[in-house]
Design a protein around this ligand. Structure first.
Ligand SMILES: [Fe+2]
Length: 287
């Protein structure tokens, strides 16, 4: 989960620590869960897990309700056929290998166990959106920072902020694909030596590739991006919008707006080609 340095997500949550035992998530008035006291209480409990978490320790289970498990099942039921049509082959292959439960929200701990068995990354919890540097630098340690809460059940198709569906469904499978793991690590390694201007370029590049990149598979157009894998509406319609050449220098200098569907995408000739282009580009920063 990342934030664009210069722009806030509309309706995003803010966390504050009231005292050593109380963490409060402030939801915006137009957040779908604003008037649901029980939801807000759960959000506070989940934020506290992240606040108290120590890197490398097992992530405590989040307190999901039956309603939220059903919400996960509903979202997956709608997403899966769209994945089958539009997701790249690597995503579909590793979806099967990760083996998410379809009737309940998997705990972050379980998904990490599954990814680690495949040689993949670990998820570590954060309370909410983090700065690009904080997010990117952990990638060099095979760690992806993510949130545990799920969107409010009243709006299954909408969340004003990335939730557990985005983190686990969007990113999970690709974080066990060896060639994409390498690229994620490289983003982290470059971040470790980057000044603020370069971090901004890196987050732009990450956005247009790992979050929203597309690729050709023969004649077909496919997505390889986590932001699309977790959005039914955008994934189902991304092929209708312009596909630009996968040109990292252009991508890293292209700002993004996380609050709406992307107006265009950057499309590679294949996932191998995308990985090669990103690797060469990122390695240049390490020389
Ligand atoms: Fe993401």
């Amino acid at each position: 989960m990342i934030n664009n340095d210069s722009e806030d997500f509309a309706g995003q949550a803010q966390m504050s620590v009231v005292d050593s035992r109380t963490v409060v998530v402030e939801l915006d008035q137009d957040h779908p869960g604003f008037k649901d006291a029980a939801y807000r209480q759960r959000r506070n409990e989940i934020a506290k897990i992240a606040y108290e978490h120590k890197t490398g320790m097992p992530v405590p289970d989040a307190p999901y309700t039956q309603e939220e498990d059903e919400l996960w099942a509903t979202i997956l039921e709608l997403l899966r056929p769209v994945h089958e049509q539009w997701a790249c082959a690597e995503y579909l292959e590793y979806w099967d290998k990760v083996n998410f439960p379809e009737d309940r929200i998997p705990q972050m701990r379980e998904v990490t166990e599954s990814l680690r068995r495949l040689g993949g990354f670990s998820f570590e919890p954060v309370c909410g959106l983090v700065l690009p540097r904080t997010f990117l630098i952990e990638l060099k340690n095979d760690i992806m920072l993510g949130t545990q809460y799920i969107r409010h059940y009243s709006k299954p198709m909408y969340t004003p902020e990335p939730d557990v569906v985005h983190e686990l469904v969007g990113h999970g499978p690709m974080l066990a694909v060896p060639k994409f793991m390498e690229v994620n690590r490289l983003f982290g390694e470059v971040t470790a030596i980057a000044d603020d201007a370069l971090v901004q370029k890196l987050i732009n590049l990450y956005w247009w590739s790992i979050e929203f990149g597309s690729v050709k598979e023969g004649e077909a157009l496919k997505s390889m991006g986590a932001g699309l894998f977790s959005s039914i509406g955008e994934l189902a319609s991304f092929a209708e919008r312009p596909q630009r050449d996968f040109e990292p220098t252009l991508m890293e200098n292209t700002a993004f707006d996380p609050t709406q569907y992307q107006p265009f995408y950057f499309c590679g000739e294949s996932t191998d080609d995308v990985v090669r282009i990103l690797t060469e580009h990122l390695q240049n920063y390490l020389r």
